[in-house]
Design a protein around this ligand. Structure first.
Ligand code: F6P
Length: 386
């Protein structure tokens, strides 16, 4: 894929004077740092910023009201270190599949053209949209309908193929690592099998990185369907090698047994994405059933499960995520200044570059099953369930 250094892009439209800024999809540590950076970088080159509240929802003119507010330095004072997003966000409100009514009157409408008109009505030269794969896909659809949009990728899942990493990811890994450190002390004390379920949807990045730095014995990933036998063997070997039942297991929420399915809390609908979850409980129940049936010692190990959930998404961004966020924000403004609409900022090595938005959302980012990360994990004794 061709990334382009932003400094080599030509100015391609009349001067940019006013941009909209929104955060879409699930929140993520670092969003406020991007907002802070966009506002300051824009002020530096004389661009006015209008904040759109609650993602694309703020641009769907329900009752004729657009949910926007001016954003200046005073509005973003001290927010770069804060979690969440001062602009608000939502997983719903896709203007192209917009849910209206309820019960038997519920229907889905295409309000995309209205959003494009509203962007113009607000006198915006373009929009900077910060979001994950879903929100950036909406941004791209808006571009196809004639809107001028620049994308900024965010997600704790790190599952976007066009950027080396997304901000929020390393903060989530830190949180998961700390959870493992804590599960280790209680698990060691009771000599139990401890299972931690972490987020990541259909990518195992949080599970793998946290498992590595948190000293997990077993890491189960969406990329490698696992065998219960393999996990059981690892628990047995813990006893043989160290006379310990204590085993630390990390399960990505999208991990699933060989021949099984990803476990979902709620199926997707026309207007809402599926909610992934339940992988750890599924594993606990299967392990318990197998252990109860046959175990080589009179007292079988106890198993306890923790689902880390949204704790991974809340709170302050770590230093690395903050840095990426600030740099993404500044470069998104640079693209806007140059009139380079329809592009997405991305990280390549140590450089912030950009790709066409359509290219940016094309490829998911999953762990390479034959790559060195998994080889290294195996070589330090981590069981990957295969
Ligand atoms: O995409 C980020 C993410 O946190 C996933 O890891 C998780 O599956 C999902 O969002 C949770 O979404 P919600 O906030 O809608 O429960």
């Amino acid at each position: 894929m061709s990334q382009t250094p932003i400094s080599t892009l030509p100015a391609s439209s009349p001067a940019t004077r006013r941009v909209g800024l929104l955060t879409g999809g699930g929140d993520c540590p670092g969003l406020n740092a991007v907002i802070w950076s966009v506002v300051h970088a824009a002020a530096h080159c004389g661009i006015e910023v209008v904040g759109v509240v609650d993602g694309f929802e703020g641009l769907v003119g329900n009752d004729g009201e657009l949910n926007v507010r001016p954003l200046g330095a005073a509005d973003v004072r001290n927010i770069a270190s804060q979690g969440g997003t001062v602009l608000g966000t939502t997983n719903r409100g896709n203007p192209f599949r917009y849910a209206v009514g309820s019960g038997s009157n519920a229907k889905v409408e295409d309000r995309g053209d209205e959003v494009v008109r509203n962007i113009n009505k607000l006198g915006l030269d373009g929009l900077i949209a910060i979001g994950g794969d879903g929100s950036l896909a909406i941004a791209q659809e808006l571009v196809e309908r004639g809107a001028r949009v620049i994308g900024v990728p965010k997600t704790i899942d790190n599952d976007l193929g066009s950027t080396d990493t997304t901000f929020g990811f390393f903060t989530a890994v830190e949180v998961a690592m700390e959870a493992l450190d804590r599960l280790r002390t209680t698990g060691e004390s009771h000599d139990r099998v401890m299972i931690l379920e972490v987020m990541g949807r259909y990518a195992g990045w949080i599970a793998l990185y946290a498992g590595l730095v948190g000293g997990a014995h077993v890491v189960l990933l969406p990329e490698i369907p696992y065998r219960f036998d393999s996990v059981l063997d690892r628990i047995r070997r813990r006893w043989q090698e160290e006379k310990r039942d204590f085993t630390l297991i990390v399960v990505a929420e999208g991990a699933h047994p060989l021949g099984g399915q990803v476990s979902h809390i709620a199926q997707g609908t026309k207007t809402a994405v599926a909610r992934v979850g339940g992988a750890a409980l599924q594993l606990e129940l299967a392990l318990k059933a197998a252990i109860d049936q046959a175990w080589p010692r009179p007292v079988p190990p106890e198993i306890r499960t923790t689902v880390l959930g949204h704790i991974q998404r809340g709170g302050s961004p770590c230093a690395y995520d903050r840095l990426i966020s600030l740099r993404f924000g500044a470069e998104a403004v640079e693209l806007a200044r140059l009139g380079q609409w329809g592009r997405m900022v991305c990280l390549r090595g140590t450089e912030i570059q950009s790709v066409p938005l359509a290219e940016g959302i094309r490829r998911p980012h999953n762990i390479e099953t034959t790559g060195q990360l998994l080889r290294q994990a195996r070589s330090i004794g981590i069981c990957l369930g295969d």
